[in-house]
Ligand binder design. Structure first.
Ligand SMILES: O=C(O)C1=C[C@@H](OP(=O)(O)O)[C@@H](O)[C@H](O)C1
Ligand SMILES: C=C(OP(=O)(O)O)C(=O)O
Length: 414
């Protein structure tokens, strides 16, 4: 379904939106709950990816299809590797079959896991024969995706001898690794991350973690989803306020860097009672240079904010974007150029030139990528725009379009 976003304004200058739980935290905690069933969760994400993760952990089927959910694919590869006596084929969408998994599979094989490629070496689908893993030392390349590392860390405390992981090369998306370690700490698993080595102690006595475990873990709302409101605030009139719930000032999510990043666009943020209020308080139109290797999921949001404001930007640290839901560098260049922008990309960076006009009623292709749809939506504050295959947003944020309507966006189905 394509939709048209008619040139809109935020009608209510003090709007409020409740955002679902973090997809990243939810997917980790769902897996930990499958390993440690006493763990209770609140505000779990209602995203497709988290639903797929929960269903995959609950099914006894021989074939598990996780569609477009990359994090679920990587985490479940590790999970099924330790399900003794069970054989599972893990597969996904056409794009998932192009998203590399070899670094994780090799690390698990080094630990003793039995995994075979069903189609192309290095890519899903994979057939996993669950086994008890007793080896506890492995090294892997850390510059391609942090999801491989988190996957190993999440099962590590249930391995007989724990795990000592040596990370090779520059480590990418570090906040996601720290999120995994923090969640393990919270449920009482002993972890350490020194130099390039992560150590996880085994939990031989379940009571030792049960004592320390919080009775209920409340997932913080999703910061990547919040990014679209930071962009909306940046493109709104001075004085506009948007309040988002439920957030923590000390977040585990690296995308909370938005608070500092959006100051550049004149957006200030105030935390109060688990709510985050964004306020556009100054007009700032300076060029932006930013390394996003710690926050790759907000690259599309920031590139579109800059384009909408007509300012130039140099975004670096984008080497993981080519293997996400689509090649996000190519997708951004193609779609921003349809709107009249001028974008240069390499394999790890994007340069957007300053501009002073935006083409009207352009139809934005979304390439099965929720973030393409959501990142371009704020442009409706400047011009009418069409978003193709709009329901793609359900991968991480199913109520996105309803929430935009609630704050004044005028949206019709085509
Ligand atoms: O661990 C996670 O929850 C994620 C890690 C990141 O992936 P990479 O480490 O592959 O960049 C991020 O892009 C993804 O959306 C979620
Ligand atoms: C990259 C993303 O997700 P995944 O890798 O889990 O498919 C994302 O949500 O932006």
């Amino acid at each position: 379904m394509n939709i048209t976003l008619h040139k809109s304004q935020i009608v209510n200058r003090k709007s409020k939106v409740t955002i679902t739980g973090s997809k990243s935290e939810s997917n980790r905690l769902l897996l930990l709950q499958a390993l440690y069933p006493d763990l209770k969760l609140e505000n779990v994400s209602n995203s497709d990816d988290s639903n797929l993760m929960a269903n995959a952990l609950n099914t006894q089927a021989d074939i598990v299809d996780i569609h477009h959910a990359g994090t679920a694919m990587r985490f479940l590869t590790a999970y099924f590797s330790i399900q003794e006596g069970r054989t599972v084929t893990l597969t996904g969408s056409k794009r998932m079959k192009e998203r590399p998994i070899k670094i994780l599979v090799e690390a698990l094989q080094d630990l003793g896991a039995e995994i075979e490629y069903e189609d192309h070496e290095g890519f899903p689908p994979i057939k996993i024969k669950g086994k008890k893993l007793t080896k506890n030392k492995v090294s892997l390349k850390a510059n391609v995706s942090s999801q491989y590392i988190s996957a190993l860390l999440l099962i590590a405390s249930t391995l007989e001898n724990g795990l000592e992981l040596s990370l090779e090369g520059e480590i990418t998306s570090v906040p996601y690794i720290n999120m995994t370690l923090s969640l393990l700490d919270e449920i009482g698993v002993e972890t350490s991350f020194e130099n390039n080595t992560i150590t996880i102690k085994p939990t031989t006595n379940p009571d030792s973690y049960r004592d320390k475990q919080p009775a209920t873990f409340t997932v913080e709302s999703d910061w990547s989803s919040a990014s679209y409101y930071f962009s909306i605030a940046a493109l709104s009139d001075i004085g506009t306020e948007i309040t988002l719930t439920s957030y923590k000032e000390n977040s585990l999510q690296g995308d909370s860097a938005l608070v500092d990043i959006y100051k550049h666009f004149g957006v200030s943020t105030v935390f109060k009672d688990n709510a985050l209020t964004l306020k556009k308080d100054t007009l700032r139109l300076n060029p932006l240079s930013l390394d996003l290797k710690n926050a790759p999921d907000i690259a599309q949001t920031i590139a579109v904010t800059c384009f909408a404001l007509g300012i130039s930007c140099d975004l670096t640290g984008l080497h993981t974007l080519k293997i996400k839901e689509t090649d996000r560098l190519v997708a951004l260049k193609t779609e921003i150029e349809k709107l009249g922008g001028d974008v240069n990309i390499t394999d790890k960076s994007l340069h957007l030139a300053a501009s002073n006009s935006i083409n009207e009623l352009v139809s934005i292709a979304t390439y099965n990528d929720h973030r393409m749809a959501m990142a371009f939506a704020p442009l409706a504050l400047k011009t009418s725009i069409i978003i193709e295959d709009a329901m793609v947003v359900s991968k991480s944020y199913p109520t996105f379009w309803d929430d935009l309507k609630s704050i004044g966006f005028e949206i019709t189905s085509n």
